[in-house]
Design a protein around this ligand. Structure first.
Ligand SMILES: NC(=O)C1=CN([C@@H]2O[C@H](COP(=O)(O)OP(=O)(O)OC[C@H]3O[C@@H](n4cnc5c(N)ncnc54)[C@H](OP(=O)(O)O)[C@@H]3O)[C@@H](O)[C@H]2O)C=CC1
Ligand SMILES: CC(=O)N[C@@H](CCC(=O)OP(=O)(O)O)C(=O)O
Length: 347
């Protein structure tokens, strides 16, 4: 059994890691990390774990945890992982960081978008961007994985085949994104109170959202063309789910929708967690909820010669904990799908 420690197990992403790992055949959680609930039993924080998890929440330092765990997940706020990680820790334990600390290769770009000083710049180069569908081979040998952001995962996978094939103008991409409120985490914030979120939809982070450089960097690598995008997220009154609608100019005229869809189906044919939908079906968050699936489809607007790329995913699963478990599976050489084959939840 792989011994797992979770720092931040009492957050939204952390509790989803717990839920998934409890039914993982080759992993055992040995450490439930917290800051605010130290000494409380885990089920006292999350009642769904009553009579399932009897362990106490703990708050020791990461160094002590390396003696107990073979892999540590950090499901903690931005800046935490980079402030505690070191070569010594990585020489003992694999680390999968769910925050953005190691996703962006240029520390200056990270610092300017996150308004934080990066405290372990020397480790950025080594970190592998944990988008399994694209970086599978590097992930297998990694000691440190930067688990991708929720919006970047859904945006990138939705655009990737057209970007990689050079069929779209990479500087014409507009991404309209929507997320449920769990994307903002469990910490109390006025903007996330029931009366603020319910019966409302709003854009936020317009032109400034911190996922912009992460999406740009990955699309640049995939296409080989320096890419700048417009990215506008919206908060919608749902618990979970991300929906992406992206637009781009096609570089040639006459590329049919059927041809592009066939190309997407070929790209993702062997991917267990990506479903390219049939013509005229649009991705819906309710059909992926609770699962590690990403549903994708495209449509071509022949009048404007633009392609519309659509994706739906659960922000807490493929957007966070599910992808992190997928990365762990790859890093430990076990079946990539272990613990992740649950069907989506409905209603
Ligand atoms: N929510 C989502 O959809 C996604 C989140 N992520 C990323 O995952 C990470 C966690 O996000 P999320 O779960 O939403 O956030 P939450 O605010 O819900 O949880 C944060 C967790 O970190 C713990 N924590 C905070 N500060 C410290 C500290 N100094 N030392 C130890 N533990 C600490 C908290 O402990 P306690 O509860 O005890 O205070 C809590 O367990 C973030 O980096 C986020 O960007 C990534 C993709 C999607
Ligand atoms: C709805 C909402 O607020 N979503 C969060 C993004 C989710 C997240 O936690 O960010 P990472 O994926 O980078 O870790 C936000 O916009 O800041």
């Amino acid at each position: 059994m792989i011994k797992v420690g979770i720092i931040g197990s009492t957050g939204y992403a952390g509790q989803e890691l717990v839920r998934l790992l409890l039914s993982h055949k080759e992993a055992e959680i040995v450490w439930y990390g917290s800051q605010s609930y130290i000494g409380k039993r885990y089920y006292e924080v999350f009642g769904n774990m009553f009579e399932i998890v009897t362990d106490f929440c703990k708050g020791e330092k990461i160094e002590e945890l390396t003696e107990k765990a073979e892999v540590i997940f950090t499901a903690t706020p931005q800046g935490f992982c980079s402030s505690v990680l070191s070569e010594k820790i990585l020489s003992r334990t694999k680390v999968i960081d769910l925050s953005a600390d190691f996703r962006i290769k240029d520390a200056k770009v990270y610092e300017s978008w996150y308004h934080l000083e990066h405290k372990s710049k020397e480790l950025i180069k080594e970190a592998v961007y944990g988008l399994c569908e694209v970086n599978r081979n590097q992930i297998k040998n990694a000691r440190l994985v930067a688990n991708p952001g929720c919006y970047p995962t859904c945006s990138f996978l939705t655009i990737y085949p057209l970007a990689k094939e050079g069929l779209i103008d990479m500087n014409s991409i507009i991404i309209d994104a929507k997320s449920g409120a769990s994307g903002a985490g469990r910490g109390a914030k006025v903007a996330n109170l029931y009366c603020e979120v319910n019966e409302n939809i709003k854009a936020y982070g317009v032109t400034t959202h911190r996922h912009t450089p992460e999406i740009e960097e990955q699309l640049t690598i995939a296409s080989g063309v320096t890419t700048k995008i417009n990215f506008t997220p919206h908060l919608v009154p749902m618990n979970r789910g991300i929906l992406i609608t992206a637009y781009a100019n096609l570089k040639q005229t006459g590329i049919t929708e059927d041809k592009i869809r066939k190309m997407y189906k070929d790209y993702y044919e062997k991917e267990p967690f990506i479903r390219v939908l049939d013509a005229s079906k649009t991705p819906e968050t309710r059909w992926v909820e609770g699962s590690n699936m990403v549903d994708i489809n495209i449509a071509v607007d022949e009048r404007t010669n633009r392609v519309v790329m659509m994706g739906a995913m659960d922000n807490l699963v493929k957007g966070a904990a599910g992808q992190a478990v997928q990365n762990m599976n790859l890093m430990f050489g076990i079946k990539e799908t272990e613990g992740l084959l649950m069907a989506p939840l409905f209603p």
